[in-house]
Unconditional design. Structure first.
Length: 195
């Protein structure tokens, strides 16, 4: 019979097989998260991203930029509030300053702006119509239920405040927004691929 090994011994053997991390891997592990933190600070504070990046040595700057790009791209989302609009603008400005192919970036930004405009105009109209239709449906169901039970509707009930209505509305809203999320995600993927 063979020796029984502890989990620690097995892990140590696997680690030994992997070998030592290269210098490049160590730089990546250290500076990509630093770039992520820099991007978060950029989004929250009024700082110049290019100036901050120039504080890093040339050999590590590419890792810092890699981390920053990922955070900035993830922060481009549907403009569901004024804060989201501000974050989009800031993230897009910062990202463009990090990319070398500015024309390709601007082409993706044009599509994103169209998606955002459609979401705010046509999408808002669709959401409003869907909300009103759902509200009317719930009011009809409530009216029928009270009539079947022989109750008089002396009290006006706001169906929009009912938990079941709110749950259904969240589902419908998520369904309507999913098409926009998919398009934004496609643009984010394109932005990741642009040098």
């Amino acid at each position: 019979m063979g020796d029984i090994k502890s989990a620690r011994e097995i892990a140590m053997e696997k680690a030994a097989k992997l070998g030592e991390a290269t210098g490049e891997e160590r730089l990546r592990w250290h500076y990509v998260p630093e770039g992520e933190r820099l991007a978060v600070r950029y989004l929250e504070q009024d700082l110049n991203l290019v100036v901050e990046l120039n504080r890093y040595e040339e050999k590590v700057r590419e890792y810092v930029i890699e981390g920053a790009r990922e955070v900035l791209i993830r922060n481009i989302n549907l403009p569901q509030s004024n804060l989201a609009k501000r974050n989009n603008k800031r993230a897009m400005e910062g990202l463009k300053s990090l990319k070398s192919d500015k024309v390709a970036v601007e082409n993706v930004y044009s599509r994103l702006r169209q998606i955002f405009a459609h979401y705010l105009e046509t999408g808002e109209q669709q959401r409003r119509q869907a909300y009103e239709a759902l509200k009317a449906e719930f009011e009809t169901q409530l009216k029928q239920a009270t009539q079947q039970q022989g109750l008089l509707m002396g009290v006006k009930i706001d169906v929009a405040k009912q938990p079941r209505f709110q749950e259904e509305w969240r589902k419908i809203q998520a369904q309507l927004d999913s098409q926009y999320y998919k398009l934004v995600d496609e643009c984010q993927q394109e932005l990741m691929a642009i040098p």
